[in-house]
Design a protein around this ligand. Sequence first.
Ligand code: HEC
Length: 208
Amino acid sequence: MQIKKAMSTSINSNTIASLVFLSAGLLSANANAEEFFTIKDGELQRPTGYREWVYVGTPVTPNDMNNGKAAFPEHHNVYIDPKSWAHWKETGEFRDGTIIMKELVSVGSKAAVSGNGYFQGEFIGLEATIKSKKHNPNEPGNWSYYSFSTPDHDALTEVAKPFPAASCNACHQSAAADDFVFTQYYPVLRAGKGTGEEAAGGFTSTLK
Ligand code: HEC
């Protein structure tokens, strides 16, 4: 009886100790989860899970309207990490640590029962942009740009090095509506800019 009691006491204190340990671990994991990407030795590891972030829009620059070779072929499905979306809704600004993913999708069919058009086909590439003073102290706007697409658009690389500013930042700096990001083509970001909860959709009867 005595031994049993001693055992259960020790199990209890062990359990408490491991709970304390676990919650300390969770707290530090949460602090790291502020950033939705990992950069090691200057290379961005291919981010995962971005299709479950916040979807902001789909520009399309089809090859057949660009002499068969659009710079960024076909549809671009664009996602922002949820922490940065929350910050954008609150402040109307992109926080330090923002990551935006752009997944390229081919034009599949050009006809549907609804009419002729450009319908999404297969995934053909993946790009990213990150705003970070820590990682990009010398890049214009602290934004860096990456591509994980292989040259034949058939597969993805594990890691990507940032492009030189002249290849990507320059055009984004001169033509994008909001801090290097082309919000003029993303209705979700336009509706969300500094509008708080309303931005989540369905809260007003106006179309925004
Ligand atoms: C000639 C101008 C131009 C250049 C150069 C350019 N982009 Fe963009 N980029 C755009 C436009 C316009 C959009 C939005 C519309 C679209 O996707 O077509 C965009 C959107 C993006 C987005 C989605 C987030 C955002 O900022 O809107 C990413 C990611 C991106 N580009 C990556 C790159 C990378 C990587 C490079 C360099 C290899 C690059 N871009 C070079 C014009 C450019």
